[in-house]
Design a protein around this ligand. Structure first.
Ligand code: FES
Ligand code: FES
Length: 158
């Protein structure tokens, strides 16, 4: 099986995966892309959120066979330490993460929202970001998305 992850074609050995294996397992256990987290396993928390063709997708309930031929983007492909995505710059500016566990999924959901809606309202953010955060970072997530939207619109994205 061949997957396209963060812009790169990635071969996965069919002997070690089954078509119905959740994408999350393939990312973490086979490809060692461990930035995407396991939380609930039942599409309830959003810790495992990645993008599939730009849509926020809960990888714990997405069979790997369903994403063949699609563009998969994980947190490892959102930005780099020397070239952070505008959301990552805004996250740092607002000190969003607390324990950090939910934050990869939050960022991927936020990035998917900004693709669809470059300047989202609070109501749009609340509707789109259904990820759970036990540390209660929701107000800072909202503020950071507004900051990132402004950064992107002013062309200051790194
Ligand atoms: S681990 Fe996928 S939604 Fe919770
Ligand atoms: S930062 Fe701890 S769960 Fe969200």
């Amino acid at each position: 099986m061949e997957l396209t992850i963060n812009g790169r074609k990635t071969a996965v050995d069919d002997a070690v995966i089954a078509p119905e294996m959740p994408l999350l397992w393939v990312l973490r256990d086979v490809l060692e892309l461990t930035g995407t987290k396991f939380g609930c396993g039942v599409a309830a928390c959003g810790a495992c959120t990645v993008q599939v063709d730009g849509q926020a997708t809960r990888s714990c309930v997405t069979p790997v066979a369903a994403v063949v031929g699609k563009q998969i983007r994980t947190i490892e492909g959102l930005g780099q330490p020397d070239a952070p995505h505008a959301l990552q710059q805004a996250w740092a500016q607002h000190d969003v993460p607390q324990c950090g566990y939910c934050q990869s999924g939050m960022l991927m959901a936020a990035a998917a929202l900004l693709l669809k809606s470059p300047n989202p309202s609070d109501a749009e953010i609340d509707a789109a970001i259904t990820n759970l955060c036990r540390c209660g970072t929701y107000p800072r997530v909202r503020a950071a998305i507004h900051t990132a939207a402004a950064l992107l619109q002013s062309g200051k994205k790194a």
